[in-house]
Design a protein around this ligand. Structure first.
Ligand SMILES: *Cc1c(COP(=O)(O)O)cnc(C)c1O
Length: 240
């Protein structure tokens, strides 16, 4: 019999998956929330399809890829009957065409130009693509995302595009060991999320607040995240 090349990775995943679910539940309870309010997206960059499909069989219902090329190489082999795949990486306008109809949400919309292209190609395909708007909450030059003060105007513009539907916000705050700094960023995001929702802009929904990764998803949940994106905690450290 052939030995499964991935047996060890499957096993690591199973243990980690259980722990992540437990920690999500603890973080939810500790802040008076229900674990069901928080979805877990597995960030699968660099993870082989065999391991991702094992994760899906074990109950993952949401995965996210970062790079268009890598996503396309994996796409046909992914078992997406029971699982949605979203795009979570920085996206160039000229690559949008590879994603339309294949991903259930694009989390990284940060400009009108990108949104217009997603809308145009979605309409051409007879679809409406769900998107999140990425906010550069730490005002970092190296990061994409719209600056907080430009968020509302961008949303008004996006509300007019027929081929997209904004479902919420996404952020990647500056990495920090200082939990209070992280909490401040996550809390700002939650405040934008609540403020925008109160404005009731047509075609703009605030159903999803995607923030928190392996090292900080508990803080993100305590500050109001409805989706956390976890990679290395589930799959082990990435080997590039
Ligand atoms: C890689 C990645 C994650 C997960 O990061 P980990 O620290 O491995 O959990 C989350 N979000 C985005 C956008 C990513 O690229």
């Amino acid at each position: 019999m052939m030995e499964n090349l991935y047996a060890e990775r499957f096993c690591t995943f199973d243990e980690n998956f259980k722990r992540v679910k437990e920690e999500i539940a603890e973080a939810a309870f500790s802040s008076g929330r229900k674990p069901e309010e928080i979805s877990l997206l597995a960030a699968t960059k660099t993870v082989p399809v065999e391991v991702i499909n094992h994760g899906i069989e074990s109950g993952l219902s949401l995965i996210g890829e970062n790079r268009v090329q890598e996503f396309l190489e994996k796409y046909e082999a992914l078992n997406l009957q029971q699982c949605q795949c979203q795009f979570i990486g920085t996206l160039q306008t000229n690559k949008v065409k590879y994603l339309i109809g294949k991903v259930s949400c694009i989390q990284s919309v940060s400009s009108l130009k990108l949104a217009e292209e997603i809308s145009r190609l979605s309409q051409k395909a007879g679809l409406v693509t769900r998107v999140l708007v990425e906010v550069n909450v730490g005002r970092e030059e190296s990061k994409s995302g719209v600056l907080p003060e430009a968020l509302e105007e961008l949303l008004w513009q996006l509300s007019l595009l027929p081929g997209i539907q904004v479902q919420g916000l996404m952020a990647i705050p500056p990495a920090s060991d200082d939990k209070s700094k992280l909490r401040a960023y996550f809390s700002s995001m939650f405040q934008y999320y609540v403020d925008i929702r109160a404005k009731k802009i047509d075609n703009i929904f605030m159903n999803c607040l995607s923030m928190g990764m392996s090292s900080d998803f508990k803080e993100a949940i305590q500050c109001g995240a409805t989706m956390v994106r976890v990679g290395s905690f589930l799959f082990g450290r990435r080997a590039y």
